[in-house]
Write a protein that binds this ligand. Structure first.
Ligand code: PRP
Ligand code: URA
Length: 211
């Protein structure tokens, strides 16, 4: 497998601890959701490292000083369902971000991802889009979500996931080479059912308790 140039694995002891909570089959949805939120917060901090800022004078209670303001129009786009779990962590770091949604399901005949829900602000061509989905497995869902966003005019897309498989990273690198991917772990491989190994199971079911 070739070196994955577009995937940035964010390394931090807190992420390792929280990933362990996610991977553990004994973790209940309450603890699972809180770990997803904490990991998302760290990813949001890391992704926003490259954001531009503008300077404006402000006044402290004592004197004037330089204030710094983020100069980006950010739109978070969680992929339904499991991406929803990442929204609050991202919003805690980027509270002014707008939130769009994409719903995808697999067509039973063609096995192609179909868009069943789409809502984002209309001017996404000028926005920084942060696509959120905890799992990058085969890459089919995220590749389709990125295509749907591009069709609506999105030009600046970053993908944030929790766990990725090399197969999915490679697919995105082929189909959307300009999209940077941030994740907390690049896992080993997919199994025969398209699940990530060692992975954490079905992220949607574990987030919402629908096992
Ligand atoms: C999961 C996950 C991704 C997709 C990843 O969603 O949240 O969207 O699978 O797999 P892929 O890379 O092979 O496309 P799922 O389809 O299980 O839906 P859910 O979020 O409603 O559980
Ligand atoms: N979707 C999930 O939720 N988990 C996987 O391991 C693969 C796809």
């Amino acid at each position: 497998m070739k070196q994955n140039e577009n995937f940035l694995e964010v390394k931090h002891p807190v992420l390792k601890r929280d990933l362990t909570i996610l991977r553990d089959l004994k973790t209940n949805p309450e603890l699972f959701r809180s770990a997803v939120t904490r990991i998302s917060t760290v990813l949001a901090v890391e992704i926003s490292r490259s954001f531009s800022i503008i300077e404006k004078e402000i006044e402290t209670p004592l004197e004037k000083t330089t204030g710094y303001f983020l100069n980006e129009d950010v739109v978070l786009v969680p992929v339904l369902r499991a991406g929803l779990g990442m929204v609050s962590g991202f919003l805690s770091v980027l509270p002014r971000a707008k939130v769009g949604h994409i719903g995808l399901q697999r067509d039973e005949n063609t096995l192609q991802p179909l868009e069943y829900y789409y809502k984002t602000p209309s001017n996404i061509d000028k926005s920084k889009i942060l696509l959120l989905d905890p799992m990058l497995a085969t890459g089919g869902s995220s590749a389709a979500a990125i295509s749907f966003l591009k069709k609506r005019g999105a030009k600046d897309i970053t993908f944030a996931c929790l766990v990725a498989a090399p197969e999915g990273v490679e697919l995105l690198e082929t189909k959307h080479p300009e999209v940077k991917i941030y994740g907390a772990s690049l896992d080993r491989e997919l199994n025969e059912n398209g699940y990530i190994l060692p992975g954490l199971g079905d992220a949607g079911d574990r987030t919402f308790g629908t096992l």
